[in-house]
Design a protein around this ligand. Structure first.
Ligand code: UDP
Length: 386
């Protein structure tokens, strides 16, 4: 029997827990232990550290310093002063663990990327961002050159990378469908979430920040209410750490539009599958391309039709007209029209939901993700002569 491949995973939660954090946890916990042994190197105090430990995964904590985008000289100086000491600490963990391979989750973890090279281990870079600015584009190009394998979470992300085709793999995220297998029907799900049993419910789930586009949904509310006056719109999620002004601005705009009685800001929720099952439509109105968009797949798994911006991940995860609708970017009118279309025909909505569920099962399950990632790890080590 061959020894398991030893993988050092480098990651830190940069903001409130999001898709990249949850997806890595699911992957590391689900990797077959007879073939892989894992060490997760996290930022000290990472909110998911105990979840790894509880699952029997070794954890090391170091003081990763997230790159600062703000033009704040003090923060920049701190980042550069802390950079190399952190790199050497991470490299020491990698060596001590005798890792055969280093996996760096997200392209913001520059210290992890450099540490893999310092420790001279093969590097798998898992890219979950779409380079918006020039700095992002440069970082993504550097990753494309540095890494032995670059994993992109959607075709859109893959297209931004400078990696040659033989090193690039597009591996879609997967979600744990077992959490969706035993969901009750919509009425029961609403009762369990404390929601009204009769009103149409439109939900958006995600960090509250401008690019996630919750404000586009706010602008769509009057047109939704004109067609379906009883609709309740749920804004699920907490404010992004460095964008505290966005959520109050959304609430103020709801006041201005006179729609406050139809909206609820729920804060962060831990019962997303149940909320999806309770909803008639999930909206993902991002105003730049969503790199993947787990919430789309989560809604599909819960048989909830989706209306999403036609850019980035939803172009891979959804089929327009089959699992929901894709709408042009920053277009509140189109968003409202498609939401209204779904709310107007319950039978058509049921069919969209069922087709979404079938697609989630066929393409976006956790076992499929784990199998694809395991193949990437094994081929990378084999190629490196491990
Ligand atoms: N999420 C959650 N509770 C909330 C808001 C979000 O559990 O209140 C989860 C959501 O279900 C999804 C993840 O956070 O699994 C967000 O991932 P996505 O890919 O949609 O966006 P990202 O955070 O990666 O930008």
């Amino acid at each position: 029997m061959t020894a398991p491949i030893r993988i050092a995973f480098c990651h830190y939660t940069a903001d409130v827990c999001g898709g990249s954090d949850r997806c890595l946890l699911d992957l590391v916990v689900a990797l077959p232990r007879d073939r892989f042994e894992s060490l997760v190197i996290l930022k000290t105090g990472d909110p998911l550290a105990d979840a790894y430990r509880d699952a029997g995964i070794a954890v090391a904590e170091v003081n990763f310093v997230p790159p600062r985008r703000a033009a704040d000289l003090g923060k920049l100086v701190h980042f550069f002063a802390a950079f190399w000491p952190t790199v050497f600490r991470v490299a020491a963990h990698i060596r001590r663990f005798k890792a055969d391979l280093v996996h760096v989750n997200t392209s913001v973890n520059l210290q992890g990327l450099v540490a893999a090279r310092v420790a001279r281990r093969p590097l798998v870079a898992h890219v979950r961002e779409l380079g918006g600015g020039r700095t992002d584009a440069v970082i993504l190009r550097i990753i494309g050159i540095l890494a032995h394998r670059v994993v992109a979470i959607s075709k859109a992300v893959g297209a931004t990378l400078g990696a040659s085709e033989d090193r690039l793999r597009v591996v879609f995220d997967g979600i744990d469908l077992s959490e969706y297998a035993a969901l009750p029907d919509q009425r029961e799900a609403r009762a369990r979430c404390g929601l009204d049993l009769e009103r149409p419910i439109v939900t958006v789930v995600g960090r509250m920040e401008h690019w996630k586009g919750q404000h586009i949904l706010v602008e769509a509310i009057p047109a939704i209410l004109a067609a379906h006056p009883e609709t309740e719109i749920l804004f699920v999620g907490g404010p992004a750490k460095n964008k505290p002004a966005y959520m109050p601005a959304l609430q103020a705009r709801c006041d201005e539009l006179g729609v406050t009685r139809s909206v609820t800001f729920t804060g962060i929720r831990n019962d997303i599958p149940m909320l999806m099952a309770a909803s008639d439509v999930l909206a993902l109105p991002t105003c730049t391309a969503e790199p993947f968009g787990r919430t789309v797949v989560e809604a599909m798994a819960a048989r909830c039709p989706v209306v999403a911006t036609a850019a980035g991940g939803p172009m891979d995860t959804m089929v327009d007209g089959e699992t929901g609708y894709l709408v042009p970017i920053e277009n509140a009118t189109a968003l409202a029209e498609k939401i209204n279309l779904i709310l107007a025909d319950r039978e058509a909505a049921r069919v969209l939901g069922a087709q979404g569920r079938a697609r989630a099962e066929a393409r976006f399950s956790l076992p499929r993700h784990v199998q694809d990632m395991a193949a990437v790890f094994e081929e990378t080590v084999a190629e490196a002569g491990g």
